[in-house]
Design a protein around this ligand. Structure first.
Ligand code: GAP
Length: 518
C-alpha cells in the first residue's frame, strides 16, 4: 500500500513537470530546495483555486471583506505576535550523516511506525475472519494491538507535553530512549536539540544593523490584525465580521520534502473573523462546518477528509483543528481553523500604544474582539486537487481496442483550460478556418485552446492530460449543418450540438456558480 502511494506521488510530480503545471525553482542551477515555480497550466489552476476561495469567503458573505497587505511589515509586528520568540522548530543534527531533522518529526515518524504495526494486525485479522470480522471489537481486545496502542498514546502525550513546555532536553531523551536512528544513515549519533526560528530576515537599505532588520512574513494574518481598525472604520462593519487575504508567506522550513506540501515560499488564503468575547467557540464550530463543506463541494470523497484536533496548541490559540486530507503519503494538514482569542490584537495594542478596540453599540462598551481564523495553504490545496485528479484508465481507442489514458479529472470549475477546439484535419482550410472562428469567439468567455496538430485521438489525450473537461470537434458535417461534437472528458460521450449553443453549454458546465451553491 505504502509503495503504491509513493508511486502515485511520483507520478503526480512527474506529470506536473511534463505538462507544465509545476517546475523546480532555478532548475538549471540544480534547483532551489522547497521552492517551486508554477507553469502555464499550474498558474491557471492556482488562480481558479484562489478564485473559488475568494468568491466563497468574500463575495458570498456580506460581513467579510478583502485586503492585500504588504509582505514587509514593521519588525515590531513579529515581536508582538510572538513569532520572534516562539516561532521555532526543534532542530537536531546527525553528526555522522550531517543531515538536519526536526526532532518532533523524527518522533512522529516513530509513532507512525507503531500505527502501521497496529494496522497490519487489523488487516491480517480481517483476512482471517472475513465477513465476520468486527474491527472495533478486535482493536479493543487484541493484546498486541492494545499494547501498541498504549505505547502510541504514551509517546503522543509525552511529545505534546515536551512541545508545549519547549523542553528540548526531553525531546533528545525521547529520541535516545526510542532508539531513533537517522533515516539516511542509520546512525544514532545525535547533537542536542535546539530551537530554530523559522522566519527569513533581510535588511532595509537605509538603516544599518539590527534596527534595519526586516522579516519576510511567515503568515499573512498579521497584515489583517494591524489593519483591523482601518478596515472596520472604513467599511463600517459591525461584529461579527471578517477580513480575508490571499498572499505569499515564507518559512525557513527544516524538513522541506514532499514537493509543494512543505515549501519555503508559499501562498496562504486566510480569513480572520472578529467576534465578541465569549462567542468564539460558537463561530469556531460554524467555520469548521463551512470550511469542510467548501472542500466537499469539489467532490472530494468523505473518507479522504477528516478533522484532527491539535495535540499541542500554538501560543495564540485556545482551540485549534486541522482539516486533514489523505495525500498520497497519508493524512496530513491541509487547512487550520484556530480560535486565536484576543491575543494578537491585545499584543499589538500593548506594543504600538494604539487602541485596537471595537465600540459595541448594543453593549455600549469598547473591547478587544476575539478572533476565529481559517487558514489554508493555496499550494497544499493545489496538491490536494491534482493528487486526486490524476488517474490512469483503460478506455477503448478509435478502433475499439483497449488503451491506457492519463487523465486529470479536475473539477470543471477549476480546470486550467475549459475547452479545446479541434478541426478534424489540419490540412483542410474550410475546417481550420471554421474552428478558428469558433475558438476566437469562445476565448472571450473562458480559457480555451485551439489545437490542429496530430491525429484527433492524440489531441484528445493531450487535453485529458491537462484536465480539459470539453473538446469541440469541427468536422465535415459542421460545414453542412453548423453542428459540432462535444466530447466529455470523464464519460467520453460525444454529442452533436448546434455550434451557436456551445458557448452557453460549456459556460454553464464550467461555472463556479454550482460549486458555490453547493
Ligand atoms: N495564520 C495561521 C497559520 O499560519 P499554520 O497552520 O502555520 O497557521 C496555515 O499554516 C496553513 O498554511 C497550513 O494549513 C498549510 O496549508 C499552509 N502552510 C503552512 N506552512 C506551509 C509550508 N511550509 N508550505 C506550504 N504550505 C504551508
Amino acid at each position: 500500500m505504502a509503495a503504491q502511494q509513493s508511486d502515485q506521488f511520483k507520478r503526480v510530480i512527474a506529470h506536473c513537470k511534463e505538462y507544465g503545471f509545476i517546475y523546480q525553482s532555478s532548475e538549471i542551477y540544480d534547483g532551489l530546495s522547497a521552492v517551486y515555480d508554477y507553469g502555464p497550466y499550474g498558474v491557471e489552476l492556482k488562480n481558479n483555486i484562489k478564485q473559488y476561495w475568494w468568491k466563497a469567503m468574500v463575495q458570498m458573505h456580506d460581513n467579510i471583506v478583502g485586503l492585500d497587505a504588504a509582505i514587509f511589515m514593521d519588525p515590531q509586528t513579529w515581536k508582538a505576535s510572538g513569532h520572534v520568540d516562539a516561532f521555532n522548530d526543534p532542530l537536531i543534527d546527525n553528526k555522522d550523516s550531517k543531515k538536519r531533522y526536526r526532532a518532533d518529526v523524527l518522533i512522529e515518524d516513530y509513532m507512525e511506525k507503531i500505527e502501521k504495526k497496529i494496522n497490519k494486525e487489523v488487516v491480517k485479522a480481517q483476512k482471517r475472519f472475513g465477513d465476520a470480522f468486527d474491527e472495533n471489537q478486535f482493536r479493543e481486545t487484541n493484546q498486541r494491538v492494545l499494547a501498541n496502542q498504549a505505547k502510541f498514546d504514551a509517546v503522543r502525550d509525552r511529545l505534546a507535553k515536551a512541545m508545549t513546555d519547549g523542553n528540548m532536553a526531553e525531546l533528545k531523551t525521547m529520541i535516545e530512549e526510542y532508539d531513533i536512528a537517522c533515516p539516511e544513515s542509520g546512525s544514532r549519533n545525535w547533537t542536542e536539540v535546539r530551537q530554530f526560528n523559522l522566519m527569513f530576515s533581510t535588511q532595509l537599505g537605509n538603516i544599518a544593523g539590527e534596527a534595519g532588520k526586516l522579516y519576510l512574513r511567515p503568515e499573512t494574518a498579521q497584515g489583517i490584525f494591524v489593519n483591523f481598525l482601518n478596515v472596520q472604520k472604513t467599511t463600517r462593519q459591525k461584529l461579527p465580521f471578517g477580513i480575508a487575504q490571499i498572499g505569499k508567506a515564507f518559512r525557513n522550513e527544516i524538513v522541506a520534502r514532499q514537493f509543494i506540501f512543505r515549501m519555503r515560499e508559499f501562498e496562504q488564503m486566510e480569513m480572520q473573523f472578529f467576534v465578541a468575547p465569549g462567542e468564539e467557540m460558537k463561530w469556531y464550530e460554524y467555520w469548521k462546518e463551512v470550511r469542510m463543506k467548501w472542500h466537499k463541494a469539489l467532490g472530494t470523497p468523505d473518507e479522504k477528509l477528516r478533522f484532527h484536533d491539535h495535540d499541542n496548541l500554538a501560543h495564540y490559540a485556545n482551540a485549534a483543528v486541522d482539516v486533514q486530507f489523505e495525500f498520497p503519503f497519508g493524512f496530513k494538514e491541509l487547512e487550520g481553523i484556530h480560535s486565536r482569542t484576543d491575543f494578537d490584537l491585545s499584543e499589538h495594542q500593548k506594543l504600538s500604544g494604539r487602541k485596537l478596540q471595537y465600540f459595541d453599540p448594543e453593549k455600549q462598551e469598547s473591547y478587544v474582539p476575539y478572533v476565529v481564523e481559517t487558514s489554508i495553504g493555496c499550494d497544499r490545496m493545489f496538491l490536494t486537487v491534482i493528487s486526486q485528479a490524476l488517474q490512469e484508465e483503460v478506455v477503448p481507442d478509435a478502433k475499439g481496442n483497449d488503451s491506457t489514458r492519463t487523465v486529470m479529472k479536475i473539477h470543471p470549475a477549476l480546470a486550467p483550460v475549459k475547452c479545446a477546439v479541434l478541426p478534424l484535419l489540419k490540412n483542410r482550410e474550410e475546417l481550420t478556418s471554421k474552428a478558428k472562428e469558433l475558438f476566437n469567439e469562445l476565448r472571450f468567455a473562458f480559457n480555451c485552446q485551439y489545437d490542429e496538430k496530430d491525429a484527433i485521438g492524440r489531441r484528445y489525450r493531450r487535453q485529458d492530460a491537462i484536465g480539459t473537461p470539453y473538446c469541440i470537434t469541427i468536422d465535415f458535417d459542421t460545414l453542412e449543418d453548423n453542428t459540432v461534437t462535444i466530447r466529455d472528458r470523464d464519460t467520453l460521450q460525444q454529442e452533436r450540438i448546434p455550434i451557436d449553443k456551445i458557448e452557453g453549454i460549456v459556460k454553464e458546465k464550467v461555472s463556479m456558480k454550482a460549486l458555490l451553491m453547493d
